[in-house]
Design a protein around this ligand. Structure first.
Ligand SMILES: NC(=O)c1ccc[n+]([C@@H]2O[C@H](COP(=O)([O-])OP(=O)(O)OC[C@H]3O[C@@H](n4cnc5c(N)ncnc54)[C@H](OP(=O)(O)O)[C@@H]3O)[C@@H](O)[C@H]2O)c1
Length: 194
């Protein structure tokens, strides 16, 4: 289904309940990117991207969490992106749409304490998928298999973590980045996404 269509999460819940199924895990993974200088970007495309990456994720989370909290169990994995930790020239709107997911993840695990519901925000770095094609980019050689993202995410969720950055190199990079001047980080990021 089109997860960004109006009423999509409610429709999914009713399909599940017709089959006697109860959702234990919601993974908000559907997302798309855009790679272009801000002023050259097509506003319609940007709106659609924000609608999918941020608004639809919010609606699915809101709808599914209510049932999970009332049952006292369930898990949510939000697929954000490591891009939220760096300035992202030519990907500013994509990064902003994922910063929304990051901000939800900073707060919701606290609100959910004691409810029995787990909430993980996952931060993949470059991953081998159709994403780069869709965003008009070439994947970097450092891109990891999607299977690794899924495996690390599920493992972090099982350990009760509320956030996880995929890949040891990415975790290292995010730790040292605050030590560098922001302009230097921005120019490195711009070179990496060329
Ligand atoms: N690849 C990376 O380097 C990378 C890095 C960081 C974060 N991420 C994030 O990881 C997530 C997965 O991306 P990916 O790399 O696997 O990209 P992908 O290969 O382009 O896959 C995107 C998936 O989202 C689905 N989708 C898009 N719009 C949808 C809609 N309106 N309704 C239902 N499904 C929809 C697509 O389905 P169809 O094929 O049917 O269109 C596809 O299965 C995204 O949130 C992305 O932002 C990716």
């Amino acid at each position: 289904m089109d997860v960004a269509a109006p009423g999509a999460p409610e429709q999914a819940i009713s399909h599940l309940s017709e089959r006697g199924l109860v959702p234990d895990l919601l993974v908000n993974n559907a997302g798309r990117g855009d790679y272009s200088p801000f002023l050259d970007a097509d506003p319609v495309r940007l709106h659609e991207m924000i609608d999918l990456n941020s608004r639809a994720l919010l609606d699915w989370t809101h709808t599914f969490l209510r049932g999970m909290v009332s049952r006292g169990r369930g898990s949510v994995i939000q697929v954000a992106s490591g891009i939220v930790f760096v300035p992202a020239p030519k990907m500013a709107t994509y990064a902003a749409s994922k910063a929304f997911v990051h901000a939800l993840g900073e707060a919701l695990p606290f609100e959910l304490k004691g409810t029995g519901v787990r909430y993980l925000t996952l931060y993949p770095g470059a991953t081998k998928s159709e994403f780069f094609l869709g965003a008009g980019m070439t994947p970097p050689p450092s891109a990891v298999p999607a299977r690794q993202v899924a495996r690390e995410g599920l493992r972090a969720l099982a350990r009760g973590k509320s956030r996880h950055v995929v890949g040891a190199m990415n975790r290292f990079g995010i730790r040292i980045m605050p030590l560098l001047p922001r302009a230097v980080v921005a120019s490195i990021a711009a070179k990496m996404t060329q």
